[in-house]
Design a protein around this ligand. Structure first.
Ligand code: SF4
Ligand code: SF4
Length: 345
């Protein structure tokens, strides 16, 4: 779309943010507010990371002023929003809870999945189709557990690309199963234009040459994250803190997590039911998933912009625990201050 597609003589395409990938003149947030309140704006391109709150804030203001042409600049180009849809810039999904590494303190609680627990492909297909119809999503990540433990992962990749033909799709993995992956999974990654984010755990680092060779052979783009030497244990029983501070620290931002027909504020909230069951914590927070099929889904999802009940269980400060695999997960692996547990349970 170019500026000539816009409807009035005052149309402008203006870039808010610091990205330098276009030759449009950037403006500050305050200049944007001035132009919009004077009615001098009917088009806008936002340059901001999908997961940041910034793009969401700007889109909310544009909806309020009924600005018709709003695009978001990403590595895929400019994504023009449908202003009647719900803006969910970043979405992720744990498609399986099974993992082959079992790290102590895993914040997706993958290290005590007793049976293979996964997002059934039929539910995934139905939910993705609903999200594509109702929401503008800029970036979607599939993760787990370890997604490569799913034998039919190729079906999830195909569904995701069919529902979101234009956006950035990422699969997050610990990488250790890549050297032995069936060819059909590698073909589906490449064919559906997925990028891989590889979390560099110590076992991953040991086999990195083999992993990179296999991905290069198959033309699959990937990014190696920083080596993971420790995890952040962040739960607390002390609910006297300000949950807005914990949300700012945890950097979940505008990211949302989808699982079996519901959208959650973060992956921890989506999986926390397992934690309560495993350690028999009767008073644990109730998950705050928003039903994506509810008639008032679009207004309900705004609740997730505020802290949810589980945010009171996240401490303002965390404790670093060294990375290690475990067959014996302990409650204190998740707690910022294990002394809090002395009189608990
Ligand atoms: S590799 Fe990731 S998902 Fe698997 S147990 Fe470790 S932290 Fe959890
Ligand atoms: S529960 Fe709240 S504070 Fe904790 S990780 Fe999720 S969003 Fe962040």
């Amino acid at each position: 779309m170019s500026s000539s597609n816009f409807s009035s003589a005052t149309s402008q395409i203006i870039r808010v943010g610091g990205c330098t990938e276009t030759d449009l003149t950037p403006i500050s947030f305050w200049e944007f507010r001035r132009l919009i309140s004077y009615g001098e704006l009917d088009g806008l391109i936002i340059a901001a990371a999908a997961r940041s709150d910034f793009a969401k804030q700007v889109v909310q203001i544009c909806k309020l002023y009924q600005i018709p042409n709003v695009g978001v600049l990403s590595t895929q180009g400019i994504y023009w929003l449908n202003m009647y849809k719900i803006f969910v810039p970043y979405l992720e999904s744990d498609i399986t809870e099974k993992c082959n590494l079992n790290c102590a303190g895993c914040c997706h609680f993958a290290n005590f999945s007793v049976a293979e627990d996964f997002y059934p492909i039929e539910n995934f297909r139905r939910d993705m189709s609903r999200i594509a119809q109702t929401c503008d999503v800029l970036e979607f990540h599939l993760l787990g557990g370890e997604p490569f433990t799913l034998k039919n992962l190729d079906e999830y990749l195909i569904v995701a690309r069919q529902c979101f033909p234009k956006i950035r799709l990422v699969l997050v993995t610990n990488g250790t199963l890549i050297p032995t992956l069936p060819q059909k999974i590698l073909d589906a990654l490449r064919g559906n234009r997925f990028e891989l984010y590889i979390s560099l755990y110590p076992p991953t680092a040991k086999m990195l040459n083999k992993i990179e060779a296999r991905l290069k052979e198959n033309g699959i783009p990937y990014k190696i994250e920083r080596i993971v030497k420790s995890f952040e244990a962040q739960m607390t029983l002390n609910n006297g803190h300000n949950p807005a501070k914990t949300v700012a620290r945890c950097r979940c931002g505008s990211g949302r997590s989808i699982r079996n027909g519901k959208i959650y504020k973060c992956p921890i909230d989506a999986a926390a039911y397992k934690f309560a069951a495993k350690f028999n914590i009767k008073s644990f927070s109730q998950p705050t998933g928003i039903d994506i099929y509810a008639p008032n889904f679009s207004s309900m999802i705004e609740r997730l912009d505020n802290p949810v009940e589980l945010c009171y269980w996240c401490a303002e400060d965390y404790r670093k625990i060294p990375w290690q695999p475990t067959n014996n997960p302990r409650l204190e692996d998740w707690f910022a201050d294990p002394d809090e547990l002395k009189n608990f349970l």
